[in-house]
Design a protein around this ligand. Structure first.
Ligand code: ZN
Length: 438
């Protein structure tokens, strides 16, 4: 096989460990002000100093010059609903009325495959425009919504995780499966899509209130039968919802214990929100390597609550950041960091920018048990990366010109940046988005 070798010059940043738990002997990140990323057949061959690595390139290798910009791994959004793209920024008083008024009618449209395909294309365009190269995606209850999504992501060669929502009670008839049909459709979709190309399947009960005990039991059985699949659901998002779960499952120790009792806490299980947890819940998450998808724009928008970073870190829970569009108000992981920072402040803790960029890249990959595949520039990792422009707007240009450290540069990007800061996005070494310049 002939090697397709590409080289990219720019300031290079990627993570090796969690900045919250690193020290000088175990650095959290690699930073090369004048760096070079070498990609062979869609995978990282080397990442380091330009001066050192340039000499190793075969003569006549084209070097794409992004000097003045940052090269970093693509962002990973660990919780997002593609069918809710068209209802982002819809007003409602809290989660449950918002579901009734906007979410369910919007999701109903996905019984139409052409509509699903159309939204999937727009959704993927938007992710790539924002520099997100991998996401954990909720489809709707309709199996065809999953086919439409994976067909679109496969055509672009993207590393994506998705699944059919399972929902057999407390929802409109037009969005209801049954315990048996939901499990059967899920298994068919696992066999069709899981590990086909870069697609990965997530078993996706929407949340405990919309599944019967029988449905949760069957979801847990699938999770055991297909241990390398993902699981995704919502937990402890807001107080009214938690009270509802206590009524529906009076014998459970807590909300997350409902999932635990059906075998759904395990590696590759991603729990959205995780706001109203107790210490035992956090311990169980850490013990089982279940991960938390923190959704700050959504939590602020719906008034759900504030994620507690300090307690999650004390327990050693795997953490990542997520947009939760359409409850979330932006597809941008930079804007998600902006709000995560403020949520942490309101809880009395502090999130350095380095930590936020870690959570949006390697932290997410670790949460998904995909370290070495995505999330950093380890040799052999898939070359999903972005070109970030610190001069994307006049204000960013002015602020970043005065930065005195990497932390200040990243902090300005997180607080002031959005899709405009993403100059280009690459997936498996292929350019899949380039910012239009006016
Ligand atoms: Zn959600």
């Amino acid at each position: 096989m002939t090697t397709n070798l590409q080289a990219y010059r720019g300031s290079l940043l990627h993570f090796l460990a969690d900045p919250a738990f690193s020290d000088e002997s175990h650095p959290s990140h690699a930073w090369h002000e004048d760096g070079l990323l070498i990609v062979a057949n869609g995978k990282v061959q080397a990442a380091g100093d330009y001066a050192t690595l340039h000499a190793t390139l075969p003569p006549n290798t084209v070097v794409h010059d992004y000097s003045g910009k940052l090269l970093m791994p693509g962002f990973i959004d660990t919780h997002v609903h593609y069918p809710q793209t068209d209802m982002i920024a819809s007003p409602a008083e809290g989660l449950l009325p918002w579901l009734e008024t906007y979410t369910f009618p919007t999701e109903r449209q996905f019984e139409d495959t052409a509509h699903a395909a159309n939204v999937a294309e727009f959704f993927l365009d938007e992710l790539l425009r924002c520099g997100t190269t991998t996401a954990m995606v909720y489809c709707t209850v309709h199996p065809q919504s999953v086919d439409a999504f994976f067909t679109a992501s496969e055509q672009r060669g993207l590393r994506m995780v998705a699944g059919k929502v399972m929902m057999d009670r407390n929802c409109p008839d037009f969005l209801r499966d049954t315990a048996e049909s939901g499990a059967r459709d899920t298994e068919t979709l696992i066999q069709r899509w899981h590990k086909r190309g870069r697609a990965l399947y997530a078993i996706t009960p929407r949340f405990a209130p919309t599944s019967t005990e029988r449905q949760l039991q069957l979801a847990g059985e699938l999770a055991a039968a297909y241990p390398d699949t993902f699981i995704q659901t919502h937990v402890s998002e807001n107080e009214a919802e938690c009270a509802w779960v206590r009524e529906l499952f009076p014998n459970s120790r807590s909300y997350i214990d409902v999932y635990d009792s059906y075998g759904m806490m395990r590696p590759r299980a991603m729990y959205g929100h995780c706001i109203w947890l107790n210490e035992r819940d956090r311990q169980r998450m850490a013990e089982t390597q279940s991960a938390a998808a923190i959704c700050p724009t959504s939590n602020l928008f719906l008034g759900s609550g504030l994620f507690d970073f300090e307690r999650a870190d004390d327990a050693g829970v795997l953490l990542s950041l997520a947009t939760d569009v359409g409850g979330g108000t932006s597809f941008s992981m930079l804007q998600t960091m902006n709000e995560a920072y403020k949520v942490a402040r309101l809880k009395g803790s502090y999130l350095p920018a380095l930590r936020m960029f870690y959570l949006a890249t390697l932290g997410a990959a670790r949460s998904m048990q995909l370290e070495g595949t995505i999330g950093n520039f380890a040799v052999g990792a898939e070359a999903d990366f972005i070109v970030v422009d610190p001069q994307a707007t006049p204000l960013l240009q002015r602020r970043t010109a005065r930065r005195e450290s990497l932390e200040e540069l990243l902090f300005a990007l997180a607080l002031l940046g959005d899709d405009r800061a993403i100059a280009a996005t690459y997936s498996a070494g292929r350019q899949v988005h380039v910012r239009e310049t006016t």
